[in-house]
Write a protein that binds this ligand. Structure first.
Ligand SMILES: Nc1nc2c(ncn2[C@@H]2O[C@H](COP(=O)(O)OP(=O)(O)OP(=O)(O)O)[C@@H](O)[C@H]2O)c(=O)[nH]1
Ligand SMILES: [Mg+2]
Length: 381
């Protein structure tokens, strides 16, 4: 799965990226610092089922710490968008092609209101303005990609054929047939711009990260925006970077998504910085919000669930004996057979049945998986 970070210049996209991946990318208050996209691995955190099932897991991907399972996802940080990017303003919008395959977008906004639409210093800029223009720029980029694909369509004789052709032509956008169908219910594909807006909303929903929440006025802006937008999470990417660094140095005990405990002896400036994060971020919002925002993108915005495939329901392991080796993040209503295809095309094609590891019950091809299901897929050899 890919999650894309979008937003105006200087909102803190690269800071959010660094806070999530700990890859040392360039961060600066100068607009358009990022030109070449940054791609890295971030983690979605869930309560691992190892405790409930009384085993110790050996993840093949990601890791498990204190019962929290960290599942890798791809995160992409791209350049800043400004009003008119679709007309080539700023650095244009072509770099968005890097996030064609994204399942969800996180718009990083500067909740402090201390930068304007182009990322330059300002006082009392209303972050609502950037939320609105940004969605529009994303939709117009999407419309461009879709228009180019639609040019190749000449004659269609049925709705099913239309959906088939659209899904082939738009395959680069990682769209499901059902999302195309839903968009077609709202508008005709010949109205490319409205069709693009509809399908963008369905296929690449946006969650807001109200970033720089540690700064003055950010709280009041956030409280106001919260009334209008359902998917919005207060974040301080800068605080998350500082906590992860302090943790690496052994100064604090910290696990992303929580508060922290001081354990080393601190210099005066380190103590001051950590005190600030504690009173301005952790005590007000519970965490720096970065982990929370990634999690919400997957579980609330996309409504995904986590499932654990295993090769042996008694040992809860793969064929090499790794216990609970994998966790897959899949859309709600994913069936046992669809999961088999996600694991491997051949396993999907040779699917016989699934087995629920908890009940040992047999699961049919169209069994809809539930969150935290542990399943074995039986397939013909
Ligand atoms: N106080 C505070 N400053 C932040 C936070 N996140 C980012 N910043 C600062 O905001 C400025 C811009 O951060 P970047 O991460 O480079 O922003 P960007 O969105 O990647 O910018 P472009 O690449 O130019 O589009 C830097 O000076 C960061 O240190 C935050 O949570 N709190
Ligand atoms: Mg950047």
């Amino acid at each position: 799965m890919i999650i894309g970070l979008v937003g105006k210049p200087s909102s803190g996209k690269s800071s959010f990226f660094k806070a999530s991946t700990m890859i040392d990318v360039k961060i600066s208050p100068v607009p358009f610092t990022t030109i070449q996209p940054n791609i890295g691995i971030a983690y979605i955190a869930i309560d691992c089922v190892e405790k409930e099932l009384n085993v110790k897991c050996n993840p093949k991907h990601g890791y498990c710490k204190n019962g929290k399972r960290f599942i890798p996802v791809k995160l992409a940080d791209v350049g800043g968008l400004i009003p008119g990017s679709h007309l080539g303003k700023g650095i244009g919008n072509k770099f968005l092609d890097e996030i064609r395959q994204a399942s969800a977008l996180i718009q990083v906004i500067d909740a402090s209101g201390l930068t304007d639409s182009e990322g330059n210093p300002a006082t009392n800029y209303d972050p609502n303005t950037e939320i609105e223009f940004l969605e529009n720029e994303i939709d117009l980029w999407f419309a461009d990609v879709i228009k180019r694909a639609l040019q190749k369509i000449t004659k269609v004789s049925s709705k099913a054929e239309l959906i088939q052709i659209l899904s082939e032509q738009l395959s680069g956008l990682e769209l499901t047939k059902s999302s195309i169908e839903k968009a077609l219910e709202q508008t005709s594909y010949t109205d490319a711009e409205n069709f693009a807006r509809a399908i963008r909303k369905i296929s690449k929903p946006i969650i807001l990260a109200a970033n720089k929440i540690d700064l003055k006025h950010a709280q009041e802006n956030f409280e106001r925006l919260k009334q209008k937008y359902k998917s919005i999470v207060p974040t301080s990417a800068e605080a998350e970077i500082a906590l992860k660094k302090a943790s690496e140095k052994g100064l604090i005990e910290y696990s992303a998504g929580n508060g922290f405990e001081i354990k080393g002896s601190l210099e005066e400036n380190q103590k001051k910085a950590l005190d600030f994060i504690k009173t301005e971020v952790i005590e007000k919002y519970g965490s720096t919000g970065v982990q929370n925002c990634l999690n919400k993108a997957v579980f609330e915005l996309l409504n995904y669930i986590a499932v654990y495939p295993v090769a042996d329901t008694n040992k809860l392991a793969d064929k090499d004996g790794n216990v609970l080796p994998d966790v897959h993040l899949v859309p709600q209503n994913t069936t046992a057979k669809e999961l088999a295809f996600k694991i491997h095309t051949t396993i999907g094609e040779k699917f016989i049945a699934g087995i629920d590891a908890r009940t040992k019950r047999r699961l049919s091809a169209d069994y809809q998986l539930k969150n935290n299901d542990v399943v074995e897929i039986i397939f013909s050899k």
